[in-house]
Each structure stands twice: as structure tokens, then as C-alpha cells.
Design a protein around this ligand. Structure first.
Ligand code: S3P
Length: 181
């Protein structure tokens, strides 16, 4: 099944969803299982800017970050079959969302607010959450973005279990979507 999916795939698999939902972790596991390359749009923005994401936000602001993110994703979409993890806000740039929908199999990784909050609480590398009320901010972002994430081809619940089980379930969803038996 996995082999057939790999052979059928003629475009990238793009993971979208809120920060802390596990796009990079699950994306790496998926790419490893399918023996295809993994890319991370945030990592490419950082590499090109020679700065961390918080530094990019601080020095250039969110608008410039979104442009750099758009450019990174457009370039990654040219890579052919691979797995691409995107930053949580990538879908808020209409051009980026359209390109993802047109040129990839898109997957919305879902988790509830509590789970996401627990995952992002420990580090300070999310500039948008450096507010008085991170949980309220996160909730607002989730609500504002839901209808954008929902445009993805596949909706995938990440609360299903441990990483191995999740990777297998995601492969199953992709096979169903791609009509691979
Ligand atoms: C952002 C999510 C981050 C990163 C930036 C902005 C967002 O990526 O791109 O901090 O707007 O939700 P992750 O989703 O990988 O944390």
C-alpha cells in the first residue's frame, strides 16, 4: 500500500495546521515511511534570512515574513513528490493557500486548544504568542484560521495516538484520498 502510494504520488504532500500541532514531527515520520524528502518552510525561511523566525519577525515584521514564507513554499512546491511542513499562518496569505490547493495534496493536522497550548507552552519561539494572554491569542488565531485550514484535501485528527500509529493512519488517509487500495 505504502509503495503504491509512493508510486502514485505526483506532487508534494503539504501539511497545514496550527503551530504546535506536530507538522514537522509527523511530516518527518511520514517522509521517512514513504522514503521521500522532507522540507520545512520555516527552516527554509530561516536558512535564507540567516536568522531565526523570532528574529525575522522582530527585524522585518510579519508582512515581510509572510512574503518570505510565500516564496519558500512556492519553491518547495516545485520539488515533486515530497512532504512539506508549513508554518501555521502560511494559509493566511491567499496566494500561498491557492498554490497549496492547486499544486499539492494538502493535509490539515488538527488538535484541540488544550493539546496545542501544552505543546507550545514550553518555548518562546512563536512570536505571535508573546502576548499577555497566549491562550486567548491562540484561540483567536484558531478561530480565524479554521475556514482556511478546512480547505485542505484531507482533515486529520492528531489526537489518535502515539507517533507510529499516527503515521500509519495518515498513510491510510492519503491512500484513501489518492484511491490507492
Ligand atoms: C506561525 C507559526 C510558526 C511560524 C511563525 C508564525 C503562525 O510555525 O511560521 O512563528 O502564524 O502560526 P509553526 O506552525 O511551525 O510553529
Amino acid at each position: 500500500m505504502k509503495e503504491t502510494l509512493k508510486n502514485t504520488l505526483d506532487k508534494p504532500i503539504v501539511l497545514v495546521g496550527m503551530m504546535g500541532v506536530g507538522k514537522s514531527r509527523l511530516g518527518q515520520a511520514l517522509a521517512h515511511a514513504l522514503e521521500i524528502e522532507f522540507f520545512d518552510s520555516d527552516a527554509l525561511v530561516e536558512e535564507r534570512a540567516g536568522r531565526s523566525i523570532p528574529e525575522v519577525f522582530e527585524e522585518f515584521g510579519e508582512t515581510k515574513f509572510r512574503q518570505a514564507e510565500r516564496n519558500a513554499i512556492f519553491d518547495l512546491l516545485e520539488k515533486g513528490p515530497c512532504v512539506i511542513a508549513t508554518g501555521g499562518g502560511a494559509v493566511t496569505t491567499p496566494e500561498t493557500l491557492k498554490a497549496i490547493k492547486d499544486r499539492a495534496v494538502s493535509v490539515w493536522l488538527q488538535a484541540d486548544l488544550k493539546t496545542i497550548m501544552a505543546r507550545v507552552a514550553e518555548n518562546e519561539d512563536r512570536p505571535l504568542l508573546q502576548t499577555e494572554d497566549p491562550e486567548g491569542t491562540l484561540k483567536g488565531l484558531m478561530q480565524a484560521r479554521e475556514s482556511l485550514y478546512a480547505q485542505a484535501d484531507i482533515h486529520f485528527d492528531t489526537s489518535l495516538g502515539e507517533p507510529n500509529k499516527l503515521t500509519k493512519a495518515l498513510i491510510k488517509s492519503l491512500c484513501e484520498y489518492c484511491n490507492v487500495g
